[in-house]
Design a protein around this ligand. Sequence first.
Ligand code: TMP
Length: 214
Amino acid sequence: MGLFITFEGGEGCGKSTQSRLLLKKLEQQNVPVVLTHEPGGTALGNELRKTLKRKRDSSISPQAELFLLAASRAQLVAEVIRPALEEGKVVLCDRFTHSTMVYQGYGRGLDFTAIKMVNNMATKNLNPDLIILLDISPEQGLARKQSLKDRFELEGLSFHRRVREGYLKMAAAEPDRWLVIDASLPKRKIAEIIWDRVSQLLPNLSLRTEFPLP
Ligand code: TMP
């Protein structure tokens, strides 16, 4: 099995930028790596992403939202994530199961046990080896957005505060598996902190660096 790393955080936390930087760094080291994201990452997932984010679909119920997200995730795990891990690759995923725990659980108020069950069904119990949380206050994160474009970003501040608190609670409960980073730090500093941790998880990396593949 390869190594599975997920990026999590509230709106405007910079996880897409940091996941791309880590992808580049790993590619430079000749580490086989795949970057994907949720919801989306497959043809089905991309359709579901559009439906989930569209402003005018504000009538989607929390339960329907949970299942749409789970459908996207099930397809992504089956089609992209598991095959890559089985080939021994590093898989980076921009959002995963913990997004559902905070957005649909802490945010929308759905039952946590039910969410865990749906997540486990969708992923066949796949869990990340490392979860990188880019922590930012909702005020700061939302201010970074040019315009509030989708159903989630348009939720009130109290929703986004619950999302942040949810993340911090989960990270505190499992400190060995989570790396929590202050997302207001400069981009380069954040990338360094991430690389420090990730490089420790790649035992063969120094060998690869000494003998770069063609
Ligand atoms: P983003 O990752 O491009 O920011 O957009 C995805 C949006 O979907 C984001 O606002 C969070 C939301 N979302 C959930 O509510 N639950 C989930 O499980 C996932 C993966 C995303």
